[in-house]
Design a binder for this molecule. Structure first.
Ligand code: NOJ
Length: 579
């Protein structure tokens, strides 16, 4: 057995072992963390739930969800098994990019409540053992932010250098747009300033100049402010753009990155709160992931696994798991203290930009055939349930989500299989209000003018798809997701242990084994609509049994140490292995 010494970011050496029973395709050395750090490394195993406060629950009838409304529903989230709430941007905003255009980093948007309402919400969440993290959107501000207003007015304003300017139109003014088809440029002329300003995203989101130490200092102030208010970490928006070195001469398609900024951010966050985390939004190629996590975990604690996500959708669309298996292996080798965050849907389009054109076409054909379902030449702007359509496939997707190596992240409304409204612009299609009941406005609000319309017609209308109805139905998606969440809590091996893919002899079947502290799990998923029987060798041992965690049935290994697992179409099984 090969001994690996791993230096953790907080200066401790851990000893990890490579596993001799790895399958051929699974080369990366497994890394496990001892239990001593379970408290600090809570993000190894937590269920995260993304709430957009303005569309979750309106307590005062103004048509916007608010913090008081969220506080009222904390018991619902607790019941679902949520351990961490991720708050989408809630600060004052002109709301042209659903709050990702912040005009005051220290405030609460008045539609959503007061600072006291926020404090009470965090306090009540913490009382229930739920942590709260929030979006940190400091790559850019709204163009209505007083900093930009002052910067554009006077060249000698101290805020001028907080943004990125060019006297001439830069050569690459229309390269590297994040929203192709909608966004026309990354450099736009500002009449008041008499110069061009840089914006990776929409033109109303000027980029902050991260080369300016005063901006970095302000960012630290923002971090500290929210940590002091009880926040447990940040979902860091747009990490690759936050750390890019932008100037008039640079090529937005080949930017340089300041990775030491991430290390400094990590240190700063932990100096202020030892177990606070950074959850990074960085859709990068696996070959580029190392400096994001840091060689020894000194970077971002946990990142969304966008790469595996697109290959998961490919597998769901085609029943072929080969590229998903490869994506999992390609993203396997991360530091011992790091973790992936897996998700099915988030608040943006499903980004399929890292699939080949052929692969993307197949996913479009199955899940987003109409041009109106596609967005930015790379993605699909639909919710999971209407897209996957078959309830068995939706259930399979959830079983996979809860059993992938990493922690699961769910977006509000996905747990009841909410639908989308493709009449709304761009990504607003998947940002409609939460459907609580058959009451007025889906039980979301008593108001007459809503922030966004509720879905009131079609198969996903609130009179059919809502929390109240699904609570009462033991076979509902809500109850199945709740069951997965409970099962996941009973399987700490997933977040903490080492894992390997097993040879299933079928491109339709994905099998993962986890090992941790002498305990082992085996999770098997059939991505095909046809039933499959699959024979596999869970380990090198020839004796033992596998207890099905869903049916409690026990299967014995045969003399060769194999187990034969019958799987229904889109069927799945979770087993605990015993010697
Ligand atoms: C990434 C967010 O996920 C997206 O919703 C937003 O539009 C951009 N960053 C700009 O902040």
């Amino acid at each position: 057995m090969k001994q690996l010494l791993i230096l953790l970011s907080f200066g401790i050496f851990l000893s990890c072992q490579s596993n001799s029973s790895e399958s051929k395709e699974d080369k990366a050395p497994p890394v496990a963390v001892p239990t001593d750090f379970i408290e600090e490394l809570w993000y190894k195993n937590s269920l995260i739930y993304n709430v957009d406060v303005e569309v979750f629950k309106d307590s005062d009838g103004n048509g916007y969800g608010d913090f008081k409304g969220l506080t009222q529903e904390l018991d619902y989230l607790k019941g679902l098994g949520v351990q961490t709430i991720w708050l989408a941007p809630f600060q004052p905003t002109p709301n042209k990019d659903d709050g990702y255009d912040v005009s005051d980093f220290y405030g609460i948007d008045t539609h959503l409540g007061t600072t006291q309402d926020f404090d009470e919400c965090v306090r009540q969440a913490n009382l229930r053992g739920i942590r709260v993290i929030m979006d940190l959107v400091t790559n850019h501000t709204s163009d209505q932010h007083p900093w930009f207003q002052q910067a554009r007015q006077r060249k000698d304003s101290p805020y001028r250098s907080w943004y990125v300017w060019s006297k001439e139109r830069p050569e690459k003014w229309d390269s590297g747009m994040v929203f192709p088809g909608v966004q026309k440029a990354v450099w736009t002329f500002d009449k008041q300033a008499g110069e061009y300003y840089y914006h990776r995203f929409y033109d109303f989101q000027p980029d902050l100049n991260m080369q300016n130490p005063a901006v970095v200092q302000e960012m630290r102030k923002i971090i500290r402010y929210w940590l002091d208010k009880g926040i447990a970490g940040f979902r860091v928006d747009a990490v690759p753009f936050l750390i890019e070195v932008a100037n008039p001469g640079f090529d937005p398609d080949k930017p340089q990155h300041q990775f030491d900024m991430i290390t400094q951010l990590h240190q700063y966050v932990q100096w202020h709160k030892r177990d606070a985390i950074l959850l990074g939004e960085a859709n990068v190629d696996p070959k580029e992931q190392e400096p994001y996590f840091g060689k020894q975990g000194e970077g971002i604690h946990t990142m969304f696994n966008f790469f595996a996500n697109q290959h998961l959708f490919y597998a769901l669309a085609t029943s072929d798991t080969k590229s998903l298996k490869k994506a999992l292996i390609d993203t396997k080798n991360i530091p011992a203290t790091s973790q992936w965050a897996h998700f099915l849907r988030n608040h943006d389009e499903i980004d399929l930009g890292r699939l080949s054109d052929e692969e993307r076409k197949k996913v479009y054909a199955k899940f987003g055939p109409d041009a109106n379902m596609q967005l930015y030449d790379r993605g699909i702007r639909r919710r999971l349930a209407p897209m996957l359509a078959d309830p068995r496939l939706v259930e399979l997707a959830y079983s996979v989500l809860f059993s992938l190596p990493g922690m699961p992240v769910i977006r509000y409304g996905e747990e009841i299989g909410m639908g989308d409204d493709l009449r709304l612009n761009e990504r607003l299609s998947i940002r409609t209000p939460m459907q609580w009941s058959t009451g007025t406005n889906a039980g979301f609000s008593e108001g007459t003018k809503l922030v966004r319309p509720v879905i009131s017609d079609g198969p996903y209308r609130y009179s059919r798809v809502n929390v109240a109805a699904q609570r009462a139905d033991s076979a509902s998606l809500l109850n199945r997701v709740t069951r997965f969440a409970r099962l996941r809590r009973e399987c700490p091996e997933i977040g903490w242990g080492t894992w390997e893919l097993l040879d299933t002899g079928s491109e339709n079947v994905l099998a993962i084994r986890y090992d941790w502290q002498g305990r082992s799990l085996l999770m098997v998923h059939n991505f095909s609509a046809a039933p499959k029987s699959c024979t596999l060798k869970p380990s090198q041992k020839t004796k033992g049994s596998a207890r099905n965690l869903l049916s409690k049935k026990v299967e014995q290994l045969d003399q060769q140490g194999n187990i034969t697992i019958p799987l229904a179409g889109y069927g799945y099984s979770w087993y605990r292995l015993t010697n």
